[in-house]
Write a protein that binds this ligand. Structure first.
Ligand code: NIG
Ligand code: FE
Length: 422
């Protein structure tokens, strides 16, 4: 019989998040996280969690000799690996020059309309070799991993035409095969209307050219795509085009997970809930009816504190969302506009600027983010049979992960994916 992969023993705290097979948590559960004081966790030879509990219980059942590796965590806390529910990590051409423009008062849409923003990145990404995109993606994913992310949603969307969108998705597929971090990949061919095209033409291209081709690649087993995304916004994709693209993606078996109600109230939340979306991101401009619809449909709200911060947007109505029973998740929104790879910083901003409690922020960055990606049966909490993805913090209380702003390399002592220290 092969040996168990990893024992982490005697940790000051083991934060399970939940322990009843919950697929998500709403406000009450988010504020009552399941924590074991002085606990241990066992990862089996298959990389899945085999046991977790008080240190003395685990000690009575498992001898150190039955493990490939034992970590004595007497001065550490154990948490689930973090889940980043929204990123755009495949691109060439940073936008450091636009940061100065925005600081000087230009809005996100001012820059976009002037041909910058997404258009700038599209131009550079179209011209980039797949090998260069892969190299930069790898280093970004490694940075995320060092900051504690073990499952990340990654979008295409800087091609806006078939060839480049497929190139981006193939690069993601290669990263999925070659790196330990778990990837949920999203087709976002409707991220902007390409220059020189109308919304109708762009929508037709997605519906008649891009999606059918993706479907062929997916059925042939050449590409795995998990989610479909559209940027539903004034001056980008309107509600009707968004709806038709999302429905077509759903018909192909993709999870609906899209950008909505960010800069203007678009009724994205109402429409997404009606289509059975798994998640909608941003939502700074959500309406009361949108909140009710999302709570009822169990559509997760993926809040992105870095974007509201960098663009100086009004904050989303986080307390209203939580009080109404919406499933709230968090994402870094890593992209050339919001250059942040760190979920601990995202959780810190969520607490200070969006008024979440630390427990809510951690649940939003673990079980609820996993739910937003359709992965909460395998990820997002430390429960038996889930993936052995965890963080070990050099701290006596888990809250240090959120309390400390930056410099997390010192704090996060080990990142473990499927029982392997990465
Ligand atoms: O989520 N809002 C649309 N998409 C991204 C930004 C992408 C970009 O500016 O390159 C977002 O913030
Ligand atoms: Fe985004």
């Amino acid at each position: 019989m092969s040996r168990n992969r990893l024992l982490v023993k005697n940790a000051k705290q083991v934060v399970l998040i939940c322990n009843n097979g919950e697929k998500y948590l709403t406000r009450h559960g988010m504020n009552g996280l399941c924590v074991i004081e002085n606990g241990s966790i066992v990862i089996g030879s298959d990389g899945l969690i085999k046991a977790v509990g008080p240190a003395e219980t685990i000690r009575a059942q498992y001898s150190d000799a039955s493990f490939e590796r034992v970590i004595d965590a007497a001065d550490m806390c154990v948490l689930p690996g973090l889940v980043d529910a929204h990123t755009h990590p495949v691109w060439a051409g940073d936008r450091v020059h636009e940061f100065a423009m925005k600081l000087a008062g230009a809005s996100y849409m001012d820059v976009h309309r002037a041909g910058g923003g997404i258009h700038f990145t599209v131009e550079h990404t179209r011209a980039a070799a797949a090998s260069d995109l892969l190299a930069s993606l790898r280093s970004r994913l490694v940075r995320m991993q060092r900051a504690g992310t073990t499952l990340v949603e990654c979008k295409s969307g800087y091609g806006l035409e078939l060839h480049t969108e497929v190139k981006m998705l193939e690069v993601l597929e290669e990263a999925r095969r070659s790196l330990p971090i778990n990837i949920s990949s999203t087709y976002c061919g409707a991220h902007a209307v390409p220059r020189g095209k109308t919304v109708t033409e762009a929508t037709e291209d997605v519906l008649r050219v891009q999606l059918p081709h993706l479907k062929e690649l997916m059925s042939a087993g050449k590409l795995r795509v998990d989610n479909i995304d559209v940027f539903c916004e004034q001056g980008v994709f309107d509600l009707d085009s968004t709806r038709s693209i999302l429905q077509a993606g759903k018909d192909m078996g993709l999870n609906i997970n899209f950008h909505g109600d960010e800069l203007h109230p678009m009724k994205s939340a109402e429409m997404g809930a009606e289509l059975g979306a798994l998640a909608i991101s941003h939502l700074e401009e959500i309406t009361d009816a949108g909140i009710v619809a999302m709570a009822k449909a169990k559509t997760a709200a993926v809040l992105l504190p870095t974007t509201a911060y960098i663009l100086r947007l009004p904050q989303p109505r986080t307390r209203d969302l939580l009080d109404s029973g919406v499933i709230v998740a968090l994402g870094s929104d890593f992209n050339p506009n919001a250059y942040c790879c760190s979920m601990p910083i995202v959780m810190h901003l969520a607490c200070v600027n969006m008024r979440m409690t630390m427990s809510e922020a951690l649940a939003a960055a673990t079980i609820n983010a996993a739910f937003a990606l359709g992965r909460s049966h395998t990820h997002g909490s430390l429960e038996v049979n889930k993936h052995g993805d965890l963080l070990l913090l050099s701290a006596t209380r888990w809250e240090h992960l959120i309390y400390q702003l930056g410099g997390h390399q010192e704090l996060i002592r080990y990142v473990v994916i499927k029982g392997n220290v990465v």
